[in-house]
Design a protein around this ligand. Structure first.
Ligand code: SF4
Length: 381
């Protein structure tokens, strides 16, 4: 298949180049504790051996940041760091990595007296000083709160677009153009919509594509494939990640799945679109990363899938998230949400908190809520 790629500009990430017609780069993210240097280096190298062009590592604490020099010493992989609220960690890690990813929605939590523009200027300067590329990573579950209030609650696309465009404009004004953008949602149709609309307005900005919390294989791969087929076949996308809920030793499956999707699209082996979330049960779960505080999360995600099979015909979305950083926000749009803490699992119905339960009790609590929801749907219909 001859695909006319969008005329994006080139962005270099270490030895990898994205945009400007370069082959679509594959990325993944470590799920080890970043401060555990041996485990993190092992996983980075496993991912690189599987063909990852860039490997992302979460940095949430001074301990994580302190591990980066040694991690850098032990691997040749192109490294990206994932910053959350503590954006100031950038200067400690930038000398040791090739790319900095920040989330516009997370620039509000620390140093509230400073504007987001000042924080972006700081990040751009740190990136420029240390030869790093940047990713503006907009995520459906943690959109800039100011943007959210401007639009109706069911319009989740415009707040993401406004936030991305605004940050691009700010970086352009600073003269920092070595960046790409990502706009991620757990719903593949929304990923298609938001990326198409973004690239129609900013066709020169390289895009990193992904369906967040896609879940376990094979469903997670199928959801991602749906979005990628529709976007890449139209020339949109310069780098991708397939986010899967799998245990640490299986993380390289993200790269294998990504390569297969790209090869199939290139050969025209495109599947028909499945309309997720409309009239069947939709289980979404995060791909897990170093922020997971209890590894029982992976098993729990599998148990939720098994336990809820009986509800397969119901249009209900259940989200299972691995941590307190993104879990509370990213479960808001699900009918039922679980997010995992070290000892307890938090249960939500929409944005309403239903309580915390031990890992061995949460499945029965979830089943009660699911049964109640099914009854309500039946009464309503
Ligand atoms: S929800 Fe938390 S544990 Fe899961 S991928 Fe996102 S940050 Fe990592």
């Amino acid at each position: 298949m001859n695909i006319d790629r969008n005329p994006t500009r080139e962005v270099r990430i270490g030895t990898a180049k994205i945009g400007a017609g370069h082959p679509i780069a594959l990325q993944s993210m470590t799920a080890t504790q970043t401060k555990n240097i041996d485990a993190t280096v092992g996983q980075i190298n496993d991912l690189a051996d599987a063909g990852a062009d860039v490997v992302r590592v979460a940095v949430d604490s001074n301990q994580d940041a302190a591990a980066l020099p040694e991690i850098r010493r032990q691997t040749k992989a192109n490294l990206a760091i994932d910053l959350q609220e503590n954006y100031r960690l950038a200067e400690a890690v930038a000398p040791h990595v090739d790319k900095i990813r920040y989330n516009p929605g997370h620039l509000y939590h620390h140093e509230r007296q400073k504007s987001w523009q000042e924080k972006v200027a700081y990040l751009a300067q740190v990136a420029a000083d240390h030869d790093c590329a940047m990713r503006v990573g907009v995520n459906c579950g943690s959109v800039d709160p100011d943007k959210k209030t401007k639009y109706a609650g069911d319009d989740t696309i415009r707040p993401m677009l406004d936030s991305a465009w605004e940050h691009c404009a700010a970086l352009d004004e600073l003269g920092f153009t070595r960046y790409c953008v990502s706009l991620k949602d757990s719903n593949p149709q929304k990923v298609i919509d938001v990326n198409r609309r973004f690239s129609a307005q900013r066709p020169e900005v390289p895009l990193h594509l992904g369906v967040t919390e896609a879940g376990m294989p094979p469903d997670g791969v199928i959801k991602t494939r749906i979005a990628f087929e529709q976007l890449i076949s139209r020339g949109i996308g310069d780098t991708i990640r397939v986010s899967l809920t799998v245990s640490n030793p299986r993380k390289p499956e993200e790269i294998v799945a990504g390569r297969k999707i790209l090869a199939d699209i290139a050969m025209g082996r495109v599947r028909s679109v499945v309309d997720y979330g409309l009239d069947t049960l939709n289980i979404i779960s995060c791909p897990s990363c170093s922020r997971v505080e209890n590894e029982a999360f992976i098993e729990l995600a599998e148990q939720v899938k098994e336990m809820t099979r009986y509800a397969a015909e119901h249009a209900i979305t259940i989200a299972v998230m691995g941590c307190r950083v993104n879990g509370p926000g990213e479960t808001d749009d699900a009918d039922l949400g679980l997010w995992c803490g070290p000892q307890y699992v938090n249960l939500k119905r929409g944005s309403e908190a239903m309580g915390q339960y031990p890992y061995d009790e949460i499945l029965s609590r979830l089943k009660s809520e699911l049964d109640a929801l099914i009854r309500e749907h039946r009464d309503r219909d």
